[in-house]
Write a protein that binds this ligand. Structure first.
Ligand code: ZN
Length: 564
């Protein structure tokens, strides 16, 4: 028989009984034996015991609450290893988000806005990447004119913008040679069609939403975290926060208002060792500072751009096809390279000496290899660098050499399920099928023994399935297993994962990325009592149903946070 804690076995004081026991479930523990248990006992936010019903039931004390799981399946709490919840809360306070899948949907959205917004006032299309539009291209000014001529309209793809005629007129750009501060305007047949850069100048013309009050931001953040809980998320990595954001989470936790655990990643832009030291000093936090609710875990730099905007750092020139698609100009371009390898060696070495783990935004394979070579060089000088578990963020195109090097330096990966779903078909067409087979290559990482967290990069919108990057973890589990894109196609069947490994990308391996493997990621005595009760059998339901799994109850630290 699996024994409870000794003092429980002695069992005389009610304070030593569990607060709650959960009986008659099917508990997918993800422990070393992959055991499916029936029951759990919880006290003070931790699991006292996980075992068979009769083993756990006998410890029910006079004050112990008993929950009958009625045969439902229980999973370890799901960990979202990459999101921007404060940014998403701010965005939600500024404007409603709408996922738009085609130019016609953009036009319809603009028409609806134009019916509400006073004539002459700017309308900005919600952020939707061109890679995800059915037509897979920028709208033309004429297509935006077709939606309204009485309002200036703006469509932005990070650094590139298209405006309707009223928009170009509002900017004073009507003839070839007219320019915007910091921007370059592309003309075709004498008419402006696209602006490169110039975002700062554009923003000065646009009405800016008032900054939300601290109370409003706090309320919206709580609302969003409740949505996270409703789909089974119990922990998040806030992947680009700062001291103010970290303090906001700590304050919510202190007031008992936090319902997801938060692991803070701090993004900075310094380019040398002195800059890292200055940044760490200004942060005023120790590495690993915090508690089980809110903890500082690592620093982050942004090394390249992204696949949506044509700035990903590849191991080969972008070439004619990608250049035309992104409306870039130089086919020899290999992508944005914000740091040289020498700079990264210096930065990583400085962070490591200060005791800080570090992570890097690397989308392309060129960026990933440059980062890994820099990490390897630091490991040679400072072996403790291996213990910092370097986090490769995004890292879309793994191959055998990259995986082997990541394994050698003890790195882990955070990569995005929804990008595969929405962008793999585009990658196959514009980059080529061999790139699509590598894209979000989960099987490659897992076979190579590199811990990988599958996540959303959620940044805008509150709908779990239709946010700017869906954060529904069951969609991700289905994607990891089925590897179908939104057209139903499979690119690289060898990248599919089995169901337990898929679950590990949202639990055990995710916990490893933030040094939480002794607290989170599986359901075992002594770990934090974070778990999710779901409406069907994760192991046995038809594959197509994985994405439809519903959460019946989400428990964080022994407390039911959803439903509320
Ligand atoms: Zn992100």
């Amino acid at each position: 028989m699996r024994r409870l804690l000794p003092l429980l076995a002695a069992g005389t004081l009610s304070a030593e009984f569990p607060d709650t026991v959960f009986l008659h479930g099917r508990v997918l523990t993800l422990d070393a034996t992959e055991r499916v248990a029936e029951a759990m006992a919880v006290r003070d936010g931790r699991l006292l015991a996980v075992g068979r019903d009769e083993e756990v039931e006998k410890w029910v004390g006079p004050q112990t609450a008993v929950v009958d799981l009625q045969g439902r399946m229980v999973l370890p709490g799901l960990i979202e290893t990459h999101c921007h919840s404060i940014g998403a809360a701010r965005a939600a306070l500024a404007a409603d988000y709408q996922e738009l899948g085609s130019l016609a949907e953009i036009q319809d959205w603009v028409r609806r806005r134009a019916a509400e917004v006073p004539e002459g006032q700017w309308i900005e299309v919600p952020r939707n990447e061109i890679t995800r539009l059915r037509e897979r291209r920028f709208p033309t000014p004429e297509e935006l004119d077709a939606a309204t001529t009485r309002h200036p309209v703006l469509f932005v793809s990070v650094t590139k913008s298209v405006l309707n005629t009223a928009g170009w007129n509002a900017l004073g750009i009507t003839r070839e040679g007219d320019a915007v501060n910091g921007g370059e305007v592309v003309f075709e047949n004498g008419r402006p069609v696209l602006m490169l850069g110039g975002q700062a100048a554009l923003r000065t013309l646009m009405p800016q939403p008032a900054a939300p009050s601290p109370a409003a931001l706090r309320a919206k953040l709580r609302e969003l975290h409740a949505v996270y809980n409703s789909v089974g998320l119990t922990s998040i990595f806030e992947r680009a926060t700062d001291r103010a954001g970290f303090d906001l989470f700590r304050d919510l936790a202190a007031q008992g208002e936090l319902t997801t655990r938060v692991r803070g990643t701090f993004r900075f832009a310094a380019k040398d060792a002195a800059g890292v030291e200055k940044y760490v000093h200004s942060l005023g936090l120790m590495p690993g500072e915090g508690d089980d609710w809110v903890r500082a875990t690592c620093l982050k730099i942004t090394v390249d751009g992204g696949i949506h905007w044509g700035t990903t750092w590849l191991s080969e020139p972008h070439g004619a096809k990608r250049t035309a698609f992104y409306r870039n100009t130089d086919p020899a371009y290999t992508g944005t390279q914000s740091y040289s390898e020498a700079q990264m060696r210096e930065l990583f070495g400085a962070a490591n000496r200060l005791g800080w783990p570090i992570s890097a935004h690397v989308t392309g394979d060129g960026a990933a290899m440059a980062v890994l070579r820099a990490v390897e060089a630091v490991v040679a000088e400072q072996p403790s660098m291996r213990d910092r578990r370097f986090n490769l963020i995004h890292c879309y195109f793994p191959d055998a050499a990259m995986v082997a090097l990541a394994r050698r330096v003890n790195a882990g990966v955070d990569t995005q399920g929804y990008l595969y779903y929405r962008d793999a078909d585009f990658i196959a067409r514009i980059y080529g099928p061999q790139w699509a087979e590598r894209f979000i290559g989960l099987g490659e990482w897992v076979r190579g023994g590199v811990p990988v967290g599958l996540n959303s990069d959620h940044m805008i919108g509150l709908d779990p399935n239709h946010a700017m990057n869906s954060f529904n973890p069951f969609l991700m589990l289905w994607l990891a297993v089925a590897r179908r894109d939104d057209q139903g196609r499979v690119h690289g069947a060898h990248q599919k994962l089995g169901r337990l490994d898929a679950l590990r990308t949202l639990t055990a391996w995710a916990a490893w990325l933030s040094f939480d493997e002794n607290r989170l990621g599986s359901l075992e005595a002594g770990k934090l009592a974070d778990f999710v009760v779901i409406d069907r059998d994760y192991l046995a339901c038809p594959e197509e149903e994985l994405r439809d799994i519903r959460v019946l109850r989400t428990v964080v630290g022994g407390r039911t946070v959803w439903p509320r």
